[in-house]
Ligand binder design. Sequence first.
Ligand SMILES: Nc1ncnc2c1ncn2[C@@H]1O[C@H](COP(=O)(O)OP(=O)(O)O)[C@@H](O)[C@H]1O
Ligand SMILES: [Mg+2]
Length: 247
Amino acid sequence: MSKFTKLLKSKVVKEGIKQAQKHALPVIKKELEKKKRQCEKIMEQSRYAHYVSTVLFQKRNRRMKVLNHHRDLELYGMGRSAAVFKLKNENRVIKIFYSPFEETAKEEKQNYEKLNGDDYYPVIYEAGKNYLVMDFIEGKTFFECLAEGIPLDPYYMEEVDRGLQYAEKAGLNPSDIHLHNLILTKKGNVHIIDVARFSQEKKCTQWNDLKWAYTRYYQHAYFPKKIPRWVMYTVSKLYRLYRYIYN
Ligand SMILES: Nc1ncnc2c1ncn2[C@@H]1O[C@H](COP(=O)(O)OP(=O)(O)O)[C@@H](O)[C@H]1O
Ligand SMILES: [Mg+2]
C-alpha cells in the first residue's frame, strides 16, 4: 500500500472528510436552494410579463375595450385606470393599467408595500411598469351586494373603518373609497382594493359621505336593500358632479 493510500485510510483523514461533509453539505444545499428560488422567481416574472404582453386594449367611444388576451387569463373587472384579469390556475389576479396610467401603477405598488400584506388588503407578488400581480379576493364588491340585495351589516362598515385606520397608521391618506373598491367575501371578511390614491395629499371625504348615506338612508327600515344598478350609477355621477362644483 502506498504512503498516499495509507494516509487516505488513516483515522485522522477519515474524520476530517466526515467533518467537512457535515459542515459543508448544508451550506452547499442552502446555496443551491437559494439559486433554485431565484431561478423560479425569474421564470415566474417572465411568465407574468409574458401574460401582460398578450393583452391588447383599444379605446372606443371614450371606453376601454380588451381586444385580446392570453387564454390563461380571464377578464374579471374593469376600472377607470386598469383591467383586472384572473389567472385561471392560480389564486391571483393581474391588474394591467391602460396607457398613460403607468405612474398610477407605481404609486399603487408603493402604497401596497406600505400596507405590508395586512389582512384587509391583497398581497402584491410582482410589479412591472404597467401591472401588478396580487391576491385574488373572491367575493362581491359592495356595489354588487347592493345590486343583488345582499345585506350590508354595520359590522362590515366598521371593518372598512378598521382597515382604513390601519392604512393611516402606515402613513397613508385613504382616498377614493367607493363601493367598487370594497369586497365582501363569502366568509364575511371585508377587503379594500385599489389603493393608488392613498398617497394623495388632498383630504377625501368620499368614505365619510358614504357612511352618512348608509346611516341616513340604508339603515332606515323602509329603505330598499336591493338597489338597481342604474340608480347607483346615476347617484354616483351626480355625486361626482357635486364634488367637482363644490371642491
Ligand atoms: N385583487 C382583486 N381581487 C378580486 N377582484 C379585484 C381585485 N382587484 C380588482 N378587482 C376587481 O376589478 C375591478 C377594477 O379594479 P380596480 O383595482 O378598482 O381598478 P381601477 O383602479 O381602474 O379602479 C374592481 O372593482 C374589482 O371588481
Ligand atoms: Mg377601482
